[in-house]
Design a protein around this ligand. Sequence first.
Ligand SMILES: C[S@@+](CC[C@H](N)C(=O)[O-])C[C@H]1O[C@@H](n2cnc3c(N)ncnc32)[C@H](O)[C@@H]1O
Length: 417
Amino acid sequence: MLQTSIIYCGDNLIKLKELPNDSIDVVYIDPPFNSNRHYELFWGDKQEKIAFEDRFGDPLNYIDWMRPRLQQIWRVLKSSGSCFFHCDWHACHYSKVLLDQIFGYNNFRNEIIWCYNRPGNSRMKNFIRSHDTIFYYVKTKAAPFYADPVRLPYSKSSKSREGYVKQGLSGAFKEKICKLNPKGKFPPDWWIDIPPLRPNAKERIGYPTQKPVNLIKRILLCSTQEGDVVLDAFCGCGTTLVASHHLKRRWLGIDISPTACRVMAYRLRKHLGLVEGQSFFVRDLPKIEQELKQMHPIDFQNWAVTALGGISSGKGSDKGIDGKIYLVESKHDLLSNINSFYPIQVKQREKVGRPDVDAFETAMRREKKNEGYVVAFSFSKESVKEAKRAYKEDGLNIHLITVQDLIKQAEDRLIEQ
Ligand SMILES: C[S@@+](CC[C@H](N)C(=O)[O-])C[C@H]1O[C@@H](n2cnc3c(N)ncnc32)[C@H](O)[C@@H]1O
């Protein structure tokens, strides 16, 4: 039995193999151009940024990487199923040939061109690239096309032309041709009426390459009905899941990036009010804490300090201080206020105890600081007690931060960017 409302974290080649034959009504995918793609997240306060980099290799490598995945997608589709493959100029022509091989040339329905405005500049040496391509394939001719839900309102000019033609021509046949359908007109296979996400769009999550919900909705409306099963095997921040939920389709998502999977879960909780563990599930997330415990100590120190928004002292600690959060707005301020910082101490351990907090207090006093941070996997009761005492009696404000807190904060910042 196919289970839906699940986000699987992992390589889709492996996850797809676990899904039963003939179980999915529609697949939408928006794969990265190259299998060597690197997803790196840097979390810190102002410097926070997401590097989401394509490595443009040989398109044939990409095709070799894509082939077994598309074969799996073909296998899991019902005979009445459809597949929408979203790509751009990098590899769309190579992908079309691959899709023809897998689905059959005769099962190709449309090449949809999604047009959007993109600004150019005076130094441009070619035309502005301002469209993506979505290949629409079906597994067999039995795949439905639901025309009515994707009809669009007629423009004013076609409405006035209808009147004109009807007045000017007589004869039932011609009149029928010119009659406008009250349900609206069919969209062509070039879509100019769905804008890309604006930077301030309400639905924007901050995930690079996020697609608009309305784009996916049109795809689902023409190919599925309520209750049908939708799969996105390169799910990103979960746009397909949101569109499916709005249209009462069942859904499944796969993404290899744990961050993407957590961002999706956040989006479903915050934007759709779904309850994780009840109305949807995230499976196979790696145990991030486990990985952090096994990191090289310096890498862990760098990670923890950066996640707090500070600058790491680098190799080894600087007299008990592993990093500093500078209280400055700009690089210029940093140079003139080198001494205004909060110290950070990092412990790659569970149950950090009172002696560690005592040692940090000494380091704080030496630096003449009355506020600072200790990061660890967990803290003993005695250390929490001592931090409270130090605040009350000595005016030292020591924040005890767990790695769990940092992971959570980093996710929230990523989403709220
Ligand atoms: C272009 S983004 C998809 C964006 C998505 N359409 C949206 O609106 O958010 C491509 C996604 O594919 C994921 N990905 C890359 N290789 C993968 C693999 N082998 N298995 C599963 N997901 C993969 C990446 O982590 C990334 O989130």
